[in-house]
Design a protein. Structure first.
Length: 191
């Protein structure tokens, strides 16, 4: 998640942190950068002009064709409607972490509407861990040399919550360990 939808890592990022000593702390992810909104606008414009270009042909095919042609037209119309909605869903996705004492709530929202919510009971001592993963061979490091330093695979880190039952759930992942340490520190404010 942290690669596209990062959580705040410092208490100064007050727009994405709600801290109440009685209720606990809530962290919510940032949205996608504004550059992605430009990409979305361009792709949605292409889809709109594609719709305009094929609308007359689809209408004629639907009126003159048999049931197979009509099904094909309805499928294409559904695709041209669902594609922009799916694209916009990426821009209006939000993940929230709420911790109040030993309870952690993980909530996912789409278009500001919660669609998935789970409540977990955390382990009493040190419920959060950061783990490092290197899932691809580090070819640049094996070849060594000063020109390969910038291309070395550094892997990524995951923030894991350990539950009372011993089960582990992944809360976030990021390419920078310091950001996950910040998220972990914020969640520990409500211990």
């Amino acid at each position: 998640m942290g690669l596209l939808y990062p959580f705040p890592a410092t208490p100064e990022e007050t727009d994405f942190i709600s801290l109440d000593l009685k209720k606990g702390i809530t962290l919510r992810t940032y949205g996608l950068p504004y550059l992605f909104w430009g990409y979305a606008a361009a792709s949605l414009a292409v889809i709109f002009f594609l719709w305009l270009a094929v609308d007359d042909s689809m209408t004629k095919l639907y009126q003159m064709g048999d049931s197979v042609d009509q099904t094909l037209v309805r499928a294409l119309q559904s695709f041209l409607i669902l594609l922009p909605l799916t694209t916009l869903a990426f821009f209006f996705y939000e993940k929230r972490l709420h911790r109040s004492g030993p309870t952690l709530t993980v909530e996912h929202r789409l278009f500001w509407i919660p669609y998935f919510k789970r409540v977990y009971q955390l382990r009493a001592a040190d419920p959060f861990e950061i783990r490092h993963f290197m899932d691809a061979p580090n070819v640049a490091r094996m070849k060594a040399g000063p020109e390969a330093v910038g291309f070395q695979n550094k892997g990524y880190f995951t923030l894991v919550a350990v539950l009372e039952s011993g089960k582990e759930i992944m809360l976030d992942r990021h390419s920078r360990k310091a950001d996950l340490q910040g998220v972990m520190g914020l969640l520990n404010l409500s211990a």
